[in-house]
Design a protein around this ligand. Structure first.
Ligand SMILES: Nc1ncnc2c1ncn2[C@@H]1O[C@H](COP(=O)(O)OS(=O)(=O)O)[C@@H](OP(=O)(O)O)[C@H]1O
Length: 343
């Protein structure tokens, strides 16, 4: 969950010199993308959903975390602030990033005040009562919820957990960007599709083993699966904030067509439409869109867009059936049918 309080004053202050970036308020325009994209990225999902990628996680029933907020955290501020004196305070992961005016936060109670006319983008980690705290800070705050097809989110979560468990590589943590030429997946063996854990360690359990119990039932207690039951978290936010203060960002479309989703975000935040297709190019090596400006190209770092393990199609189908009812509840809560697959 990302929060932002924005007023048109903030956008008018930073008017883009390029009028060509101004866009209509398209909400779901689809941009044709290279067919090589899905094949180069993931083989874990059905062909129609190979790029469903947004995650939404939580560490307690009262909190909610959007795993893909990093995309907005990076794309939006960077595109908005390229070469400009853009007032931007960027909070993420409790780390100090002086070059981007990050601030260190030890607790969410230290969330900065968001004043009228200011735009700040916050990354919501998971602590209790986050919705209430944010409301206490600023009741008119605007919220961005980035969601992804739940099964793919769970596989992504699994992939990340495995990667953390098996990889001792820390180089990617030093920078949130990687050069577009070094976009590889360090966590999976390209030949076997299996994990390359530390030597001597037992092979980690597969997603299938963790997701499905020996009796064949879905292990809904498995955390990556539990965290994909979005309605259980969503209702907490909607008890605290009116629906119109929340934008559901389609994380799948954010991958396929970042510009259209970012345009929606700009509209929702009351920002002038400044982000355009010229800001992006499709990087075939990485299998994702990357940023482009006059002087350089930037992809998100290696840990963003990892190759997912192959998952048994029967397990995928079983999980998708499991989420049908939960997805329906989520659609009803947010008043939007995201059309996630049912098998
Ligand atoms: N342009 C672009 N480049 C790379 N990655 C992209 C992009 N757009 C969206 N994504 C998806 O973002 C997912 C990783 O972001 P997360 O928020 O899950 O990362 S994290 O929670 O901070 O670790 C990541 O999930 P995985 O594919 O499972 O790695 C990506 O699918």
């Amino acid at each position: 969950m990302s929060t932002s309080s924005s007023k048109s004053t903030s956008s008018s202050k930073s008017t883009s010199s390029s009028k060509s970036t101004l866009r209509s308020n398209s909400t779901s325009r689809s941009m044709s993308t290279s067919s090589s994209k899905s094949t180069s990225r993931s083989n874990s999902t059905s062909s129609s959903n190979t790029t469903l990628r947004s995650k939404l996680t939580s560490r307690s029933t009262s909190t909610l975390r959007s795993k893909s907020i990093i995309i907005l955290l990076w794309f939006l501020p960077i595109l908005w602030c390229f070469g400009k004196k853009c007032k931007k305070i960027h909070y993420s992961n409790f780390k100090i990033r002086p070059n981007l005016k990050y601030a260190e936060l030890s607790e969410y109670k230290k969330y900065p005040r968001i004043l009228q006319g200011e735009t700040k983008i916050l990354r919501s980690k998971t602590l209790k009562s986050v919705p209430e705290r944010i409301r206490a800070m600023n009741a008119s705050v605007k919220l961005l919820l980035i969601v992804r097809e739940p099964v793919t989110r769970a596989i992504s979560d699994y992939t990340q957990l495995r990667s953390h468990a098996t990889s001792s590589t820390s180089s990617s943590t030093s920078s949130s960007y990687t050069s577009s030429s070094s976009a590889s997946s360090p966590s999976l063996s390209s030949t076997t599709g299996g994990w390359t854990g530390s030597s001597g360690a037992p092979p980690p359990r597969s997603f299938e083993q963790l997701a499905i119990r020996p009796d064949g039932s879905v292990n809904s207690a498995y955390r990556p699966l539990a965290l994909s039951i979005y309605h259980t978290f969503m209702h907490r936010w909607l008890e605290v904030f009116p629906r119109q203060q929340l934008l559901v960002v389609n994380g799948d479309r954010l991958i396929e067509d970042p510009v259209s989703e970012l345009e929606r975000v700009e509209s929702f935040l009351g920002l002038e439409h400044r982000i355009g297709r010229h800001n992006f190019y499709f990087n075939r090596t990485k299998g994702f869109y990357c940023l482009r400006n006059d002087t350089q190209d930037k992809c998100l770092r290696e840990s963003k867009g990892r190759k997912h393990p192959r998952v048994d199609p029967k397990v995928l189908a079983k999980l998708r059936r499991f989420y049908v009812e939960h997805n329906q509840k989520f659609y009803e809560l947010v008043g939007d049918d995201l059309g996630w697959p049912e098998k």
